[in-house]
Design a protein around this ligand. Structure first.
Ligand SMILES: [Zn+2]
Length: 143
C-alpha cells in the first residue's frame, strides 16, 4: 500500500515534469507571424516559416514561377526590341551584343573576326565598339 502510493506520486511528478517540459519547448518555438501569401496571422514553428499552410506555400511558389516566366519573356522582348528597333538599326556604332544580333552570330564569332582583322573594332573604355559600316563592308568585300 505504501509502495503503491509512492509509485503513483512519482508517476504524477514525472508526468507533471514532462508536460512542463513540453510546454517550455513548444513556447520557445512558437512565433507569431503573418502569412506572406494570404496575410493571415499564424503561429510559426520555425523562424524561417513564411506561410501559414502548405497550400499558401505552394500557391506562393506558383506565383513566383509565373513571375519568373514573365521576367524571362520581358528580357526576350528587350532583345527583340534591340534587334528590330529602328534607332539601333540606324546606329553607326554597335556594341558587340548589337553586332551579334544584327549578324545572328555568336559573341565568340564576332571576337574571332575582330582578332583575325576581318572586322575592325575600337575600344572605348572597356567596351568594344564596331562601326556599322564595317559590318556592311564585310558584304562589299564578298562581292
Ligand atoms: Zn496563408
Amino acid at each position: 500500500m505504501l509502495l503503491h502510493t509512492a509509485t503513483s506520486s512519482n508517476k504524477q511528478l514525472q508526468e507533471a515534469t514532462e508536460s512542463n517540459f513540453r510546454l517550455q519547448m513548444s513556447s520557445k518555438i512558437r512565433i507569431e507571424k503573418t502569412c506572406m501569401f494570404c496575410g493571415e496571422k499564424f503561429t510559426a514553428k520555425t523562424t524561417v516559416t513564411k506561410y501559414c499552410s502548405h497550400k499558401c506555400a505552394s500557391r506562393a511558389y506558383k506565383v513566383r514561377a509565373k513571375e519568373d516566366k514573365i521576367q524571362k519573356a520581358t528580357e526576350q522582348e528587350t532583345e527583340n526590341e534591340i534587334l528590330f528597333n529602328p534607332i539601333v538599326n540606324k546606329k553607326e556604332f554597335l556594341s558587340i551584343k548589337e553586332a551579334c544580333m544584327l549578324l545572328g552570330a555568336s559573341r565568340w564569332t564576332i571576337y574571332r573576326m575582330i582578332e583575325k582583322g576581318q572586322l575592325p573594332a575600337a575600344k572605348i573604355g572597356r567596351r568594344t565598339i564596331i562601326q556599322k559600316v564595317d559590318i556592311e563592308n564585310l558584304f562589299n568585300k564578298a562581292l
